[in-house]
Design a protein around this ligand. Structure first.
Ligand code: DGL
Length: 267
C-alpha cells in the first residue's frame, strides 16, 4: 500500500513528551488521523550516545513508514538533532522536525540573538545553531543544556519554586547575552511556558516548536494536496514500547486529554 491523503500523520518521540506536538497538531488540523510512537521503554534519549540514538530513531521511523503514514514528524529534539538526516534519507514521504521548525520560527522573530535550551545531546550536537546560521549567519546563538527540566516536568512541578530556581540558574549565562528570542528546544519545555516566560521577562519571546511544526505541517499538506478530505472525527493511535507507572497521568498532562487506542510493542 502507499500513503494517500486519508493516511495518518506519523509522529514520534523518545517517550511521551512528543505528545505536546500531537496536541498542537490536533488543534491546528482537526481532521487528520495521527499515529504516535513513543519509545517509553528506552527514554530518555537526551543523555545517550549519538550511535544509540541514531539506531533507535531509524528503527522507529521504519516502523511508522511500514504503517504507510503520509508524513513523518520527528517530535523529539534529541532525535532530530542526531538522526534527522538519516530519517530523511530513508523516507519516501516528507519528514518534518522540531529543530528545523523551531530554527525557522526563531529567525523570523529575532533581531539580535537567540537563546536555545534543550537536552545535553541536543545542545552538544549544535543542530539549532547550524540550522539558524544556515538561515541567517548574522544572528548569534547561545545554547544551554538543562538536564534537570525533563524530570521536573514529568513530576508535574510546572509552577514549583524548585523549577523556577532551576530555570534561573540554567538561564543565567544565556540572559547575560543580548537575546530577544528563546527556543524551547525540548518536547517537555512547552509545559513550562508560563514559568519560563516569567523568568525570561517581556523582552524575550519564546519559541514553541510544537506550535510552529503544526503550522508547517498544515502548509506542507496544502502544498502536497494531501489534507484528509474526510470531515469526520479523526482516529488517534498511540504506540509505545512500555507502559510505565503513571503513564496515563503524565501522558494526559502532555496531551491535554485522555489517551485512547494505546498499543504496546515489545522490542
Ligand atoms: N524528547 C526529548 C527531546 O525533545 C526529551 C526527553 C529525552 O531526553 O528523551 O529532546
Amino acid at each position: 500500500m502507499v500513503a494517500t491523503a486519508r493516511s495518518a500523520i506519523g509522529v514520534f518521540d523518545s517517550g511521551i513528551g512528543g505528545l505536546t506536538v500531537v496536541r498542537a497538531l490536533m488543534e491546528r488540523l482537526p481532521f487528520e488521523d495521527i499515529v504516535y510512537f513513543g519509545d517509553t521503554a528506552r527514554v530518555p534519549y537526551g543523555v545517550k550516545s549519538n550511535d544509540t540514538i541514531h539506531n533507535f530513531t531509524t528503527q522507529i521511523a521504519d516502523f511508522l513508514l511500514d504503517r504507510d503514514v503520509k508524513l513523518l514528524i520527528i517530535a523529539c529534539n534529541t532525535m532530530a538533532a542526531v538522526a534527522g538526516d538519516a530519517v530523511r534519507a530513508r523516507s519516501p514521504v516528507p519528514v518534518l522536525d522540531v529543530i528545523d521548525a523551531g530554527a525557522r520560527a526563531a529567525v523570523e522573530i529575532s533581531q539580535r540573538g537567540i537563546g536555545v535550551i534543550g537536552t545535553p545531546t541536543t545542545v552538544n550536537s549544535n543542530a539549532y545553531a547550524r540550522n539558524i546560521h544556515a538561515l541567517n549567519p548574522a544572528l548569534s546563538v547561545y545554547s544551554q543544556a538543562c538536564p534537570l527540566l525533563v524530570p521536573l516536568v514529568e513530576e508535574g512541578w510546572l509552577e514549583h519554586e524548585v523549577t523556577k530556581l532551576t530555570l534561573q540558574e540554567y538561564l543565567k549565562p544565556v540572559f547575560v547575552e543580548s537575546i530577544d528570542a528563546l527556543v524551547l528546544g525540548c518536547t517537555h519545555y512547552p509545559l513550562l511556558k508560563p514559568l519560563i516566560g516569567q523568568v525570561a521577562g517581556a523582552g524575550i519571546r519564546l519559541v514553541d516548536s510544537a506550535v510552529t511544526i503544526a503550522e508547517q505541517t498544515a502548509r506542507v499538506l496544502t502544498e502536497m494536496d494531501m489534507h484528509n478530505p474526510q470531515r469526520v472525527a479523526p482516529r488517534y493511535d498511540y504506540v509505545v514500547t512500555d507502559i510505565p507507572l503513571r503513564f496515563q497521568t503524565i501522558g494526559s498532562r502532555f496531551l491535554g486529554r485522555e489517551l485512547s487506542h494505546l498499543e504496546q510493542v515489545r522490542w
